[in-house]
Design a protein around this ligand. Structure first.
Ligand code: HAM
Length: 421
């Protein structure tokens, strides 16, 4: 017996539910003119180092790095590749490779697995599934408003979800953040020895991320610290104001969290998270924001703004199921064909072919076991109909159809069977 790798999950029974959720999201996204794409799962490590930032936890601690081919590694070719830890850098890379054929702004989505070396716990996996939505090439802040409104409608109306909160913050431009970081570091310097070890490191590597620290003693230390919004330029202030007003006009409920900075370095301006009270410690089921500098960070000669989010599918499904929201794709009614002896097996195969070609869902029980056991099997499969074929039926070109709910039976011709099930 081989146990599964730590932090991964198989999905043996829940796929109808997952498919139902994905279908609902797909339909909504089509209405907003998103098109489905697919991007690679294997990427160069350097894509994430440049795109997400060397100092981010995802890049510095959580990458699954692998060698491509032993000969390449032996020849010391610089070809370190990894399993993607997130989808935005890869989407931008794919966009930059194909941009000559694409009209902007372009709205795209895809879903698939992501990989992060984390300490597994409820809602935190090493292999997990994300639904990624990206808007590439729209610079107006009103795109952010429409995007966030779309997500709120998706969660609250389409998926009927309750008990969630939208947290919103504005990170301004890189100049605003530089000025803030200087002031913040000067403020914290005298208190540095009281910060936790992680914050002490971040003081020199990534001061903004200190805001995100969950330790209450750290949070107390900077409760009176300068605020990022105090360093916004006039144009940043106006955009932040416009975003809030537009969201209010669109009836989006949000709470401003000036400590929300998110864990990836590509964000500027808008950042947001949807948080549910029905999850444990890992309570964010969707996070995103604007990333106007990412394209240039990845080598683009021109500025290509971007905006997007990822929904954590395991967490989303956990919330929806805990709220008993029924989204499963219903299976077709099943017909179970039961030959009464092996002499009718071939006829059963032909009949199954005929029914399936007419769009029916069919199972055939071909093994030579007692009829009583075959009927029990059909029951266990929750078949709606059983079609019994014995010597008489075979001789007369008929079948006996049994309604598994009521127990009623009737004999019909083999051709007519398709009209009955
Ligand atoms: P993220 O916040 O790292 O953002 O991940 C987005 C969501 O993926 C989280 O809110 C959570 O629901 C889920 N998630 C993350 N890590 C795990 C894990 N270890 N186990 C289970 N679920 C997890 C991003 O990945 C950005 N690329 C989002 C984005 C797209 N920003 C702009 N465009």
């Amino acid at each position: 017996m081989f146990p599964k790798v730590k932090g991964v999950a198989d999905n043996f029974f829940d796929m109808p539910y997952w498919s139902g959720v994905i279908k609902k999201i797909d339909v909504t996204l089509q209405c907003y003119n998103f098109s489905q794409i697919n991007v690679a799962i294997l990427e160069h490590v350097s894509l994430f180092e440049r795109g997400l930032g060397y100092q981010t936890d995802v890049v510095s601690k959580q990458m699954f790095i692998m060698q491509s081919k032993k000969e390449d590694v032996d020849a010391q070719k610089d070809d370190a590749i990894c399993l993607r830890p997130e989808g935005t850098a890869g989407t931008m890379r794919a966009f930059l490779e194909n941009q000559s054929n694409i009209t902007l702004p372009k709205k795209v989505f895809f879903h698939g697995p992501m990989f992060r070396y984390e300490r597994p716990q409820k809602g935190r996996m090493r292999e997990f599934y994300q639904f990624n939505l990206e808007v590439i090439g729209g610079s107006s802040i009103l795109y952010d408003a429409q995007f966030i409104k779309m997500l709120q409608t998706l969660f609250a109306q389409t998926l009927q979800m309750q008990n969630f909160v939208l947290k919103l913050n504005f990170l301004g431009e890189s100049d605003d953040r530089k000025k803030f970081s200087q002031a913040f570091v000067s403020y914290l310097h005298p208190k540095a020895s009281n910060l936790c070890n992680i914050c002490q490191t971040r003081l020199s590597t990534n001061p903004l991320r200190i805001l995100d620290c969950k330790s209450t003693s750290c949070q107390q230390l900077f409760s009176d610290a300068p605020k990022l919004c105090d360093f916004f330029s006039e144009s940043t202030k106006q955009e932040w104001q416009q975003l809030q007003e537009t969201l209010q006009e669109l009836s989006v409920t949000f709470s401003i969290d000036d400590k929300l900075v998110r864990g990836l370095d590509y964000y500027n301006k808008t950042v947001f998270e949807f948080v549910s009270v029905d999850l444990g410690a890992q309570n964010t089921f969707c996070g995103g924001g604007r990333y106007d500098g990412l394209a240039e960070q990845l080598g683009s000669k021109t500025k290509i703004p971007g905006l997007g989010c990822a929904i954590g599918m395991e967490r989303l499904v956990m919330i929806l199921q805990s709220q008993k929201i029924d989204l499963s794709i219903k299976p077709l009614p099943l017909t179970c064909i039961i030959p009464l002896s092996v002499a009718q097996n071939k006829l059963a195969l032909h009949l199954a072919d005929f029914l399936i070609s007419h769009g029916k869902a069919v199972e055939i029980l071909l093994d030579d076991i007692k009829i009583k056991n075959k009927m029990k099997h059909a029951n266990d499969l929750k078949a709606t109909w059983a079609i019994l074929i014995g010597d008489d039926e075979q001789k007369n070109n008929t079948v006996t159809i049994k309604n598994m709910m009521t127990g009623e039976q009737e004999v019909v011709t083999q051709k007519e069977a398709v009209l009955k099930v």
